[in-house]
Design a protein around this ligand. Sequence first.
Ligand code: SF4
Length: 441
Amino acid sequence: MALTGLEIYKQMPKKNCGECGVPTCLAFAMALASGKASLDSCPYVTDAARENLDSASAPPIKAIKFGKDSVLGDETVLFRHDKTFYHPTTLLIYVADSLSDDELTAKIQEIKGLEFERVGLQYSMDGVAIVQESGDAARFAKVAATVAEATDKSLVLLSNDPEAVKAALAPLASRKPLIGSATADNYEAMVNLAKENSVPVIIKAEGLDALEELVVKAQGLGYKEFVLDPGSRKPVDTLANLTHIRRLAIKKKFRPLGFPVIAFTTKAEPMEEIMEATVYVAKYASAVVLKTSAKAHVLPLMTLRQNIYTDPQKPIQVEPKLHSVGNVDENSPFYITTNFSLTYYSVEGEVETSKIPSYILPIDTDGTSVLTAYAAGKFEPEKIVEAMNASGIADRVKHRNIIIPGYVAVISGKLSELSGWKTIVGPRESSGIVSFSKTLS
Ligand code: SF4
């Protein structure tokens, strides 16, 4: 159980020097207890106290790193709006070692093709979980090596047989794969294998009581780079397990379950599988293993993940500079919008569809949408004119027309007056741009 602020305070240096960023040792102890400070911020804490306080200052969910750049866990809140979630769910594609060589090649190509651009950000599939279904250790090792050679993605090696994992891991240890699964029957061999190779290991047991018991036993081997698998393959049970583990880790600081959790989809129909995966991404899997690798299936899941794992206090923004869509010239229309990514890319997409090369100037509204920005005084004519002058649009076009979003038609008079340009009120929604653009010529 975690220490309270007062228990931590008893072990602090009590210099009240403020070097940790808060004025007193008591305030620092309170911040430490609530996970809002790091013990490293105090240069005067003794080694003995540091050892005692390690558990209090550790994050409620341990960060586990593996593969290319996958980080699991290290979350501090139950709900995104409490602060933010930090490490997007790692998505992995299930690849059985029972696939034929041709099927394996096709699967790898499909996985490599899972690359997307959305609201200006690039996404690709994070990794591959190679699963032993063949019962043949040599085949498992060969498939793992083939996948590793073909991609630089994070790898998971999954078998109940520690010897099979050992053989597959040997040539791939430098790739730092996640291995598994350690169960009640094999945990000593599997955890020791992970420890010898400094790779994280999945601890798997049916239900939370059994899982806690196994984690404690596994920690007894002197290792704690764990990812948890609570066993159930029924979505309703998996959701309950994921939620209980997260609550116990965050609210109760229950250390045996303070590790990231991996979930496996079970639905055979791809869209049902994606719906199942969305539940696990939302609550609270740090990694999800999927069977489908079709682009049309994976994109909605990645979109959901992007929405959940953006900081709610820092909307995604585009650079507030003049953007060109298509081969613009001196006659190209000139649109104004805000720098909120979703707004900007909705406008850009519709302008592109209109096939009329155009300029778009997103005004810096701190990443808020048009109406929110206007209500907050961030989409005012003075600010727009300032941005227009800084953008150099007057030198790019010979006309003097500004197209503004229909929702802020009210600013058109003042904007014309201040800029000397003619203000044209565009559609309220970006979906109206295509038909609106036909009225421009
Ligand atoms: Fe106390 Fe250490 Fe902070 Fe100084 S730096 S106020 S000694 S906790």
